[in-house]
Design a binder for this molecule. Structure first.
Ligand code: SF4
Length: 406
């Protein structure tokens, strides 16, 4: 069974009206009854996710959502949850009923997907009941691709899977490290094993960097910060690149001679999941913060807080020391990304290793729409420790952004 993390899988959302057969279709897709199906409208309340291999495309997550025509106060909340999931999706399957024509909220849904630039397909479900010609005409008029299936008879499902596998965008995503190194380069990864390190394992950005470096046929050396100097002394040739945990950047920077490129895992994550240029651009707002300004610290997962937790303790402390201002710090975890961003003066985001790239891009877009500068841990930690010029040196666009603001 594939172990690809959900954050590295394309997310396919199943949306549409209540009782259109979204959950039945998800069950047919995965070949098992994951989602409870009933004729009662509104059976699916919270989004339900299931990872699978969609051949020949690869690893995906199917997301079943509540109907976009849900009713009542609770229904409205469910619709909002579904809309949030839709915004993060890489592809949308809009399930419509074969017997009916499109109604207002379905038409709005198609417009919404177009505005969000999410590729989608309409699936005409319940084809065993006969397909309404006017429905097909409506979809054709709007230029919406459609495909008919019958979940009851299991007809059209494998063809639909093949179609979706072809339609999911295969855009070229940024690399973590692959474009910074060449075959047989030696790279050193500095991984402090301190109280903040999880017991018995490395964290995801470290693991992903090692894997990508191995894929590029480089030679990878992993050391703790305390052993870095000894490791460098043993080498006949300098490494092509050193990557360190952000929190050790000052110590590591002192040990690594200036001619050796040095960056941090968080800076690598900033361009892999986020927008390094945007984060560097936001640096200038750090020194404009005033007493009473509210800062959002957003972590994309809900890990157990450590004694000297980076998000809850260290970054707030460093920020207050750096700015010498009495800042209000609001730490949010997991999916709890506030709707009202305008009350914040700055958003400081974690590396987002548990989010898909699209989901992180949505957060950046929301920040920009609200006029709130957004920066990630890597950029702000390196800046507050005076190491940003060195940490972004390998990245041309980020470097020129820094030249503009320094
Ligand atoms: S806080 Fe962010 S970067 Fe750290 S593990 Fe969680 S998702 Fe990944």
């Amino acid at each position: 069974m594939s172990k690809t993390a959900n954050s590295e899988r394309k997310h396919i959302i199943f949306t549409g009206k209540r009782n259109s057969g979204k959950s039945s279709l998800v069950n047919r897709f995965i070949g098992q009854d994951l989602v409870i199906v009933s004729d009662t409208p509104g059976t699916t309340t919270d989004p339900v996710k299931k990872a699978m291999e969609l051949l020949p495309f690869g690893p995906v997550v199917l997301v079943d959502t509540a109907g976009i025509d849900d009713i009542g106060e609770l229904g409205e909340k469910r619709i909002n949850k579904s809309l949030k999931e839709i915004a993060k999706a890489d592809f949308a399957v809009v399930v419509v009923e074969a017997e009916n024509i499109l109604v207002k909220n379905e038409l709005l849904l198609f417009d919404h997907l177009k505005n969000l630039e999410i590729p989608f397909l309409a699936v005409i479900n319940k084809s065993e009941l006969g397909i309404n010609y006017n429905l097909v005409e409506q979809l054709d008029e709007k230029g919406i691709k459609h495909f008919s299936v019958s979940c009851s008879n299991n007809e059209g499902i494998s063809g639909l899977k093949e179609n979706i596998a072809k339609l999911i965008p295969r855009e070229i995503e940024p690399l973590l490290i692959g474009d910074l190194v060449q075959k047989h380069d030696l790279i050193i990864l500095v991984v402090p094993i301190d109280l903040g390190a999880p017991k018995g394992r490395l964290i995801m950005p470290q693991v992903q960097t090692i894997r990508e470096a191995l894929d590029e046929d480089t030679i990878v050396m992993v050391v703790k910060d305390k052993e870095l100097r000894a490791a460098l002394d043993k080498l006949k040739q300098p490494p092509a690149l050193v990557v360190t945990d952000s929190q050790a950047i000052m110590r590591v920077s002192a040990d690594v001679p200036d001619h050796i490129p040095l960056t941090t895992f968080s800076i690598l994550m900033a361009r892999y999941k986020g927008d390094l240029q945007e984060f560097v651009r936001s640096i200038k707002y750090v020194d404009e913060l005033q007493n009473g300004d509210k800062i959002l610290i957003s972590e994309a997962c809900s890990h157990h807080a450590q004694e000297d937790d980076i998000g809850k303790i260290k970054i707030p402390r460093w920020l207050r020391n750096h700015t010498k201002k009495d800042l209000i710090i609001d730490v949010r975890n997991g999916a709890d990304f506030p709707e009202n961003l305008s009350e914040y003066k700055m958003i400081v985001h974690c590396g987002a290793c548990m989010l898909t790239r699209r989901a992180m891009q949505v957060r950046i877009k929301e920040a920009k729409l609200n006029g709130v500068p957004i920066i990630n841990y890597g950029a702000i930690i390196s800046y507050m420790h005076g190491a940003i010029p060195r940490a972004i040196l390998p990245f041309d666009e980020a470097r020129s952004e820094w030249e503009k603001i320094k």
